[in-house]
Design a protein. Structure first.
Lengths: 247, 138
């Protein structure tokens, strides 16, 4: 086994480059190192100008998503040893504008996320003195999977629909909308339906299924979207058969 | 409509990578998706073929015989074989995707995927069996 591995890292400086180029760095090959460790080694020892986002380094914060050999990955959870003998290509997440080096611009996602109202919507809030909204373990189970999303955007980088037309609301925002729709404490499904059922909402999804494949938290956004398509179609059908009594 | 984020004119000059026309060749899973989308053409082709066959049948035995002979043309045979492969691919991939769209819970637990996939295959075999029986016995 070699004790060094080459990383080909995408570099882009908006003031100097017209498009990204690749720089090669030789880093120690250690079995217990993830890609992020190698990037930190480059930043500390080889080239302090390299820019990238990271924080928790334990798969919770969702900051360190990058393309590793063409696949969207959390670099804190992707071992160097999986890419031996190298070289390993590290690029910024696909389908987003690049700000610098490995840093992407994600405001588009933030706007979309807010749009689907990913919070508990109540018709009337009960006073705090009446206590919490209780939930059974089964009610929690209904949406728990979709609540595991860490907004890392790997699903957006994997989604060709979003890549080709970024008006599409996208996997994570739709899965999070469904997370609140399925929450027994929430009463906002009707408000969300207007936003989710439009052309750029669930119907934009052609079920490539790649979002689910790359999701590091096993959220299954593709499943969430298809399940919502089924319930939206049922609601439409009900309103068609029973125009007045569907709600 | 989704509102577009607005920025001041002083934001950094971003780089936007264009998506290649051949994006679907980049990964086998994308190729599989495009193939699955293409299967719809062959499904439509089979439907049209069946409708033509029924029309020929309605026009009497001679027309039907002529239609059958046209079906035996090697080119049509090749087309139908390719079509059959695509239709099988269509059926199997969609059957296998059913559990994604249906989260059925019994006693609070999601039922295993195989319980949603298997009935599709059983129905397929039964319906094919019935059709084969009608064709063979009739």
């Amino acid at each position: 086994m070699t004790d060094k591995i080459i990383l080909e890292v995408a570099r882009y400086n908006p003031e100097r480059h017209s498009e990204p180029t690749f720089d090669k760095y030789e880093v120690p090959f250690r079995k217990d190192w993830v890609i992020l460790d190698a990037l930190n080694y480059i930043k500390d020892r080889l080239d302090g100008s390299l820019s990238y986002r990271w924080s928790c380094r334990m798969g919770v914060c969702g900051s360190c998503g990058m393309m590793v050999d063409g696949e969207p990955k959390l670099t804190c959870a992707t071992f160097l040893s999986s890419y031996a003998p190298g070289p390993v290509r590290v690029e910024p997440l696909r389908n987003f504008p690049i700000v610098r080096d490995l840093v992407i611009e994600m405001t588009d996602f933030m706007v979309k996320l807010k749009k689907v109202k990913p919070w508990i919507v109540r018709k009337d809030e009960k006073p705090i003195s009446e206590g919490e909204y209780l939930q059974t373990p089964q009610q929690l189970e209904n949406y728990k999977q979709f609540s595991m999303c860490i907004n890392c955007l790997l699903c957006y980088a994997a989604c060709p629909v979003y890549g080709l037309d970024n008006l599409f609301t996208g996997p994570a925002a739709l899965a999070l909308a469904q997370r609140y729709n399925l929450d027994s404490r929430d009463q906002g499904a009707h408000e969300r339906r207007e936003i989710l059922s439009e052309h750029d909402g669930i119907w934009g999804c052609t079920f490539v299924g790649e979002c689910t494949e790359v999701c590091p938290k096993h959220v299954d956004p593709a499943g969430a979207i298809q399940q919502y398509k089924v319930s939206a179609a049922m609601d439409w059908f009900k309103s068609f058969v029973m125009p007045r009594g569907a709600e | 409509m989704i509102e577009r984020p607005s920025y001041t004119e002083f934001h950094p000059r971003w780089h936007r990578t264009r998506v290649s026309t051949y994006w679907w060749l980049e990964r086998w899973r994308y190729v599989k998706f495009i193939l699955r989308e293409l299967t719809s053409i062959f499904v439509a082709l089979f439907v049209v073929m069946t409708l033509l066959q029924i029309r020929a049948l309605a026009h009497g035995p001679q027309t039907y015989q002529a239609f059958q002979e046209r079906l035996a043309n090697p080119l049509v045979l090749v087309l139908n074989t390719v079509g059959l492969l695509f239709v099988l691919f269509h059926t199997i991939t969609w059957f296998n995707l059913t559990p994604k769209a249906m989260a059925i819970r019994v006693g609070g637990k999601r039922i295993p995927d195989v319980l949603l996939t298997a009935p599709n295959y059983v129905a397929w075999v039964v319906v094919s069996g019935v059709v084969a029986w009608i064709v063979m016995e009739g």
